[in-house]
Design a protein around this ligand. Structure first.
Ligand SMILES: Cc1ncc(COP(=O)(O)O)c(C=O)c1O
Length: 419
């Protein structure tokens, strides 16, 4: 048993996520440290080649975050002031901040409330009305691809550059598309809670466009070309050799982890199907979801009470995301009032339940039993935050401890594990 296993076993309740590390990964890190080659080395090159191969793209460019991968995708594609870039309102802030950073204008698109991804009809309507439509950023949220077939059609009609935000969707597929590989560029995050990590922040840009890849490599290294000449103003977005060493190891395991996430999701789906008040995630026909997050929808009035009820039983949850991207002050001050009725309603209904590759079947059962008991209690008019008698909870596994403070079990407060 590793140190990690021991600390995991000692933890009470159900954790929202879990980071995997083993001796092979630790060995790769110490090999790299001992090599004293920390940047611009062969490990980054090998990781890039293996990642491109896995995505089916011609190029991959390792960078130091998913945000950098998005920014360099857009900048290398020439997006800048005056350009209108279509982005979903329902996403993490970093899908939008690079657009603002480049001086372009985000145009917010509503979502399909079942899949929580960009609605291609709303995109088409907004592209029709736009003065300078330039690019679109489909976000493959929670681990499921947006409807790329339809979005690529709109992009063709309006000559839009497509930058896929695949930060939550490593190797998810839909209708023959692999996340990140069908647009002009795709961006991945290796933030620690993602489906694979580099043991810290990291990101990868993938593309089939050789010129875009060359420019991204230059921009990540102070705009410097292979002769050492600064051709344009870039910054330092380089991936470290230690990160690449961890990422290369994780790449070999991510499929197995994605499969384990899907098995946990299937267990959740089965156990929650009969719970009135809970809508389990919709997987589009032709989609292979990789469940970065397992997000259910509940009536808006129940969302926070349900989270408190679960927190009281030491079950961690999250909300991704409470505030739509267009309503954050830093965005609203640039774009003014935007109305996305489906996004705004969705943000009040969503709860992310614990999900990671090593979640035990008994933990999924514990979570589902607690969710069911919340809604059953409500029907009898008694859903309260105090834990039930465990004998009534429908599970024989680890009884939730008496809570003293419910706040640690709510993970949307900036914990590293939930972003
Ligand atoms: C949808 C989405 N886009 C972009 C990012 C940014 O990635 P990073 O945190 O690696 O910069 C994230 C990661 O949290 C994300 O979930």
């Amino acid at each position: 048993m590793t140190d990690q296993d021991e600390s995991h076993d000692a933890r009470a309740g159900v954790a929202f996520t879990d980071i995997y590390v083993d001796d092979d990964i630790v060995d790769r890190v110490s090999d790299t440290l001992r090599s004293t080659r920390y940047v611009k080395g062969e490990r980054v090159e090998r990781f890039e080649a293996a990642f491109a191969d896995r995505c089916g793209t011609d190029h991959a460019v390792g960078v130091n975050s998913g945000t950098a991968a998005l920014l360099l995708s857009m900048q290398s594609a020439g997006i800048g002031p005056g350009d209108e870039v279509f982005v979903p309102g329902h996403t993490f802030f970093a899908s939008v901040s690079p657009v603002l950073h480049l001086g372009a204008t985000p145009v917010f698109v509503d979502v399909d409330p079942r899949t929580c991804t960009m609605d291609p009809d709303d995109l088409a309507a907004k592209a029709e009305r736009a003065e300078n439509p330039t690019a679109v950023v489909p976000v493959h949220l929670y681990g499921q691809l947006a409807d790329l077939d339809a979005i690529l059609d709109v992009a063709d009609d309006h000559d839009l550059t497509v930058v896929e935000d695949a930060c939550q969707a490593h190797f998810a597929t839909r209708d023959g598309h692999t996340a990140g590989a069908s647009g002009d560029a795709g961006a991945f995050s290796f933030y620690p809670s993602k489906n694979m990590t580099v043991g810290g922040d990291g990101g990868m840009l993938v593309t089939d466009d050789a010129d875009l890849a060359t420019r991204a490599r230059r921009l990540r290294d102070h705009g410097r070309d292979e002769e050492g000449v600064h051709r344009e103003v870039g910054l330092n977005y380089r991936m470290s050799e230690v990160s690449a060493a961890v990422g290369r190891e994780q790449l070999d395991r991510v499929q197995e982890w994605n499969d384990a996430r899907a098995a946990a999701a299937a267990r959740y789906d089965g156990l929650l199907a009969a719970v009135d008040g809970v809508e389990t995630p919709t997987v589009a026909d032709g989609a292979q979801h990789v469940y970065h997050l397992y997000v259910v929808q509940v009536p808006a009035a129940d969302r926070d009470p349900l989270r408190d009820y679960l927190a009281a039983r030491d079950i961690e949850t999250g909300v991704h995301y409470e505030t739509p991207a267009h309503q954050h002050p830093a965005v609203a001050e640039r774009v003014g009032d935007v109305s996305l009725p489906r996004t705004e309603a969705l943000c009040d209904r969503i709860v992310s339940l614990p999900m990671h590759p090593r979640i035990a079947p008994e933990d999924v059962e514990t979570v589902c039993a607690a969710v069911a008991s919340y809604f059953e209690g409500k029907q009898g008019g008694v859903a309260e935050s105090e834990p039930d008698d465990p004998a009534d909870s429908g599970t024989t596994e680890s009884d939730p401890e008496e809570p003293t403070d419910t706040s640690p079990a709510r993970t949307d407060g900036g914990r590293e594990e939930s972003q």
